[in-house]
Design a protein. Sequence first.
Length: 342
Amino acid sequence: MKLTVPLLALVVALLLVASQSLYTVDQRQYAIKFQLGEIIETLPNAGLYAKVPLLQNVKFYDKRILLLDNPEPDRITTSEKKPLLVDFFVLWRITDVKQYYISVQGDEEAARRRLSQTVRANLAEEFNKRTVHEAISSERDKIMTTTRQKADADAKTIGVEIVDVRLRRVELPPDVTGPVYARMESERRRVANELRSLGQAESEKIRADADRQRVVILADAYKAAQKTKGDGDAKRVGDLRAGVRRQPGVLRVLPEPRGVQGDVPQQDRHDGARPQLRILPLPEEPGRPGGEGVEVVLPALRVTRGTRCRIRCGRPLRWCWSSRASCRSSRRASGATASPSS
């Protein structure tokens, strides 16, 4: 029993010494070993390490990417002397833990202040070179890239790397937003009116071209129709003439009944017109079968006195008024007979 207590005390003392002598470095951390306040070793890799109790101590620093967030947007002026509200954030990490400790005494807040000042100065410099349109849209990526490069060059002096600089928001202040939006609206309205007028001019051009094509198409169609109709009429007249030559007895000139007096009706006057032939159905008669016959319509002249006659196929179907000379020429042409009337 007398030896048990001292042994237990010795074991406890050894455990305490071991706990003070051994330490682990996490893979997400850097470690710096100090001896009497002086840096003697930096430990970038994870593992189990030993130290001398009471003479040496160890401090740990984060190896992961850290966030530097801007609490409020900065007011920056462009090359056009127009203010912009710029909100940004920065991603950074420690690369040289010894230089980091020497520069800022390992104080993360001091490092944040230093980086924030550097990034703000570089952003202001880049925005001062550009217009509002370039800063907001066309050269936004270029601003972020240039700012990161310049800030990273300064951050390396304190053992820190700038991973990225991002513009979260770039906008106009409330006091200048209204006039700018009004100017943009008027500009868009001007462009819209210009495009609308161009569209209307193009529409009128298309309509005019379509109307011209329509007139040309209708004229061509009418020309083709008249040509086809004329060819058909010529062929029909030729067929009728051939039929009359084969059966000359079909055409007869009958006298007009007595008592018809007066002038030729206005609608039947065709001065200078050529005789027309029409196909008419013929009923059956004794000695002649039914079928189609020919009616000759002679030109009508204004006559108050003289001989009038009519020409028909088969039965009297139509009256055709003509002068004495036309009747004679018709009788001679057809071989039919006609009785003049006065």
